[in-house]
Design a protein around this ligand. Structure first.
Ligand code: PLP
Length: 370
């Protein structure tokens, strides 16, 4: 990224001089890297400021496309799920105020939607199925290929917020029939404030209405001068993810299981999410009977972990994901999330197990004294 902040400072949209060409070449290389990671074509990648913008552009863009002509029979129905990220849920809520009909599919105790319920929810007015690939709080992986099939059979577009899955597990927009896909650089070791939306060009050709009007950048789907250094960083992160994906997965899965086996020695401990359909790097675990916030506040100088998602933890309200899974209130109260990564070491896992066990036992003891 560094050269693109300094000597290669051109604007990729400047077509009349070498500074612009250099920036544009870097941009197109990054576009190819992102496309390669998800098995898309380069021209199908639209750069954005992150996954939140990509989710907004996909959902609002498709809704606007189908509702551009007032007076037409409205096709205004969107199907999503209760455990989506706020970038999807709040976008759907905003569209409801503009006349959208939204079905929020429930999930089971593992966080999975029911394919039969999805099938039953589709109606003639349905324009979009918006289901995430993997959940950011629990790591639960939805049956994406099946969802893609149902959407395709019913000629409804499938938007997938794959921010947690891209770069972490192998993913293929062709095999899985994904029509629109959101991703973010900072979830794959890239910089913050940059991401992408995949928009399918063939079988079917997906169109949408831009949410940012202006100079017509990004095939007129997202105007505005592009963040060249950030996008170069996203491209590099995509290349590294592609190269590391298999070795990373095996190692991280092993460490995550070690962490869970260690923590499950504490009585009254349960893992939240699916045992099989789960990302290798996420551990969402409940220490029943204690308050997660208290555990975190005692250890947050030694361990970086959280309740719910980083995006909503300031709000301190119960996780809508765990509530959506219908978990017991005491389980939700005692739930924390650990995320492992490419640089997590085995000795960090050992230390975490030791510190958590010690502090949870203390909290349990304090509880029993009251
Ligand atoms: C992080 C995240 C987002 C938001 O990404 P930003 O790049 O921060 O806007 C959206 N969806 C999921 C599933 C995420 O994990």
């Amino acid at each position: 990224m560094l050269p693109y902040f300094r000597e290669k400072f051109g604007n990729a949209a400047s077509r009349t001089h070498a500074f612009g060409w250099t920036a544009d070449a870097a941009l197109e290389q990054a576009r190819a890297s992102v496309a390669h990671l998800i098995n898309a074509e380069k021209e199908e990648v639209i750069f954005t400021s992150g996954a939140t913008e990509a989710c907004n552009l996909a959902i609002k863009g498709v809704f606007d496309l189908f509702n551009a002509v007032p007076g037409d029979t409205p096709r205004n129905h969107i199907i999503t799920s209760v455990t989506e990220h706020k970038a999807v849920l709040d976008t759907c809520a905003a569209l409801e105020k503009k006349g959208a009909q939204v079905t929020y599919l429930p999930v089971n105790s593992q966080g999975l939607i029911d394919i039969a319920e999805l099938q039953a929810a589709i109606r003639p007015e349905t324009i979009l199925v918006a289901i995430m690939y993997a959940n950011n709080e629990t790591g639960t992986i939805q049956p994406i290929a099946q969802i893609g099939n149902i959407a395709k059979e019913n000629k409804v577009w499938f938007f997938c917020d794959a921010t947690q899955a891209v770069g972490k597990i192998p993913l293929d927009v062709q095999v899985e029939n994904i029509d629109l896909l959101a991703m973010s650089a900072h979830k794959i070791y890239g910089p913050k404030g940059v991401g992408a939306l995949y928009v399918r060009r063939r079988n079917p050709r997906v169109r949408l209405v831009a949410q940012m009007d202006g100079g017509g950048h990004e095939r007129a789907m997202r105007s505005g001068t592009l963040n060249v250094p950030g996008i170069v960083g996203l491209g590099a992160a995509a290349d590294l993810s592609k190269a590391h994906i298999d070795t990373d997965n095996t190692r991280i899965d092993f460490l995550r299981n070690k962490l869970e086996q260690g923590l499950l020695k504490i009585s009254g401990t349960v893992i939240n999410g699916s045992d099989i359909h789960r990302l290798p790097n996420v551990c969402n675990i409940a220490f029943v009977g204690i308050k997660a916030e208290r555990l975190i506040s005692r250890l947050n100088h030694q361990i970086a972990f959280s309740v719910g998602s980083a995006c909503t933890s300031a709000a301190q309200s119960a996780s809508h994901v765990l509530v959506g899974m219908g978990l017991d209130e005491r389980v939700i109260e005692g739930s924390v999330r650990f995320s492992l990564g490419r640089f997590t070491t085995s000795s960090e896992i050992d230390q975490t197990i030791e510190l958590i066990i010690k502090e949870v036992l203390k909290l349990q003891q304090e509880n029993s004294q009251h």
